[in-house]
Write a protein that binds this ligand. Structure first.
Ligand SMILES: C[S@@+](CC[C@H](N)C(=O)[O-])C[C@H]1O[C@@H](n2cnc3c(N)ncnc32)[C@H](O)[C@@H]1O
Length: 439
């Protein structure tokens, strides 16, 4: 029988990975007040364990309740940092799983066969987690995923399947450094950017908050208008088949005719209010004064976010830990704060289920301190052992979750200290739960 082809992204192990998402969880959350901060009053959570279990355990209480998910999964670079970042199968594992496909097929496809070994396990890791994560998002929520070129194309295809291609919002690019550093690469190019892929649960319900306009951006007050800073906006829109209106300068009696979307009534009202600037030359066009005070619209974002230097970020984190080099390449807290600011409002829940050194918790607390918000965070982190040769291990941190919890304690205390005496109370506490076996 002829095989029916379909448009689908697949890899070795996909079916089993999907099944993992739907397997019932046999684990439970054990409260750990002794490692928590302000247990009785805090709304923030820190969950220690595998995020696949955590995402299942969160379904009951947080179904449709999370406004923003930010994750920074391992990028599958093949390097191991403090945590595992190599999802390659060995040749033996690969041959066993694929039944070592024919030599002919190998020869015909230059890439996909052997490369499958590098990418399949990563795809199988992220896929069930995204399936579960989607369920937690509010109807106007979105997921933000940090990634680099190693898995961007696979991640995008998986997200298209899980969230729907129509729910793709954008792919932000940000720069990790200004210039090439260190030894030259073989082909004389070095990547200095990463991505943040954004998908909405439902595109028509999601929008970013937008950025404040730069007050001086084109606004001035050359005529000392008591209404304050203003800028010139043209009234005419030529060549679009719009109606032609005629207005008269009350001072000179000159008339001006032009195609415009504005009604005659509106133009007359603007003249009465002294908002129209008439040129002395009747062959030119009048313009409208737009006042900054009435300029309510925020500016749209652009997808190129600029520089968030990772080196400076790492140094800031070391300083928080009294100079101990406990975690290399955390995400810039300023970048995450920007994203949280764009994706949430006061009271929203922010989830990070690959939380590492807990940059997201730090960013949420900092943003709340700055805008009097009361966003809540949920961090999930595997109790992954730190490499015994790592600086973190030598400084006394045996697991990454220990680093994460200590970061929140230290960052919370620091942020609280910087608050004005009359500032509203800030939740820098968190309840720790550990995922354990039932019973
Ligand atoms: C790239 S790091 C995140 C770094 C983080 N954004 C920061 O700024 O510190 C990925 C983290 O995910 C954790 N991780 C990997 N697999 C996990 C799993 N199955 N469950 C929970 N955490 C996991 C790793 O231990 C690592 O700390």
């Amino acid at each position: 029988m002829e095989e029916i082809e379909s448009y689908e992204f697949t890899w070795v192990g996909k079916k089993a990975a999907a099944a993992e998402a739907f397997m019932p969880v046999t684990k439970t959350l054990r409260p750990c007040p002794e490692e928590s901060v302000d247990w009785d009053n805090t709304q923030n959570l820190y969950i220690e364990g595998d995020n696949l279990d955590a995402l299942k355990l969160l379904q009951e209480e947080y179904l449709n309740k999370v406004k923003m998910i930010y994750i920074d999964p391992p990028y599958n670079t093949g390097n191991d940092f403090v945590y595992r970042d190599d999802f390659r199968m060995t040749k033996e594992e690969w041959n066993e799983k694929t039944g070592a496909k024919s030599e002919k097929r190998k020869r015909l496809s230059r890439n996909s066969f052997d490369y499958g070994r590098f990418h399949s396990a990563w795809c199988s890791m992220i896929y069930p987690r995204l399936l579960l994560a989607r369920e937690l998002l509010t109807d106007d929520g979105a997921i933000f995923i940090s990634i680099d070129d190693n898995e961007l194309d696979n991640l995008k295809k998986i997200c298209n399947e899980v969230f729907g291609e129509s729910n793709f919002v954008c792919n932000f690019i940000w720069n990790t450094k200004k210039a090439a550093q260190g030894m030259a690469t073989a082909n004389m190019v070095v990547a200095n950017h990463e991505y943040v892929l954004v998908y909405a649960k439902e595109i028509s319900n999601f929008r970013f908050n937008g950025v404040e306009r730069d007050e001086n951006n084109g606004f001035s007050n050359p005529d000392n208008d008591p209404r304050g800073l203003w800028k010139r906006q043209y009234l005419q829109r030529l060549g679009q088949g719009l109606p032609v209106r005629t207005i008269t300068d009350p001072a000179t009696g000159n008339t001006f005719s032009f195609e415009t979307p504005y009604t005659q009534e509106k133009l007359e009202r603007w003249i009465e209010e002294g908002r129209i600037i008439f040129p002395a030359d009747p062959s030119k066009y009048p313009a409208r004064k737009e006042f900054l005070s009435e300029y309510a619209h925020k500016q749209q974002l652009v997808t190129s976010l600029g520089l968030f230097a990772t080196k400076a970020t790492t140094e800031k984190l070391y300083a928080l830990f009294d100079g101990e080099k406990i975690f290399n390449n955390p995400k810039p807290d300023t970048l995450i704060k920007f994203l949280v600011d764009q994706g949430t409002a006061a009271g929203d829940v922010v989830l990070d289920f690959f939380s590492g050194s807990a940059t997201t918790a730090h960013a949420v607390m900092q943003l709340n301190a700055e805008d009097n918000g009361n966003r809540r965070f949920i961090m999930v982190q595997l109790d992954e052992q730190c490499d015994p040769n790592s600086k973190a291990f030598k400084a006394g941190y045996t697991t990454i979750s220990e680093i994460g919890k200590e970061r929140i304690r230290r960052a919370g205390a620091m942020i609280k200290q910087s608050l004005a005496p009359n500032a509203s109370p800030l939740d820098v506490g968190f309840q720790v739960y550990k995922i354990g076996d039932n019973g």
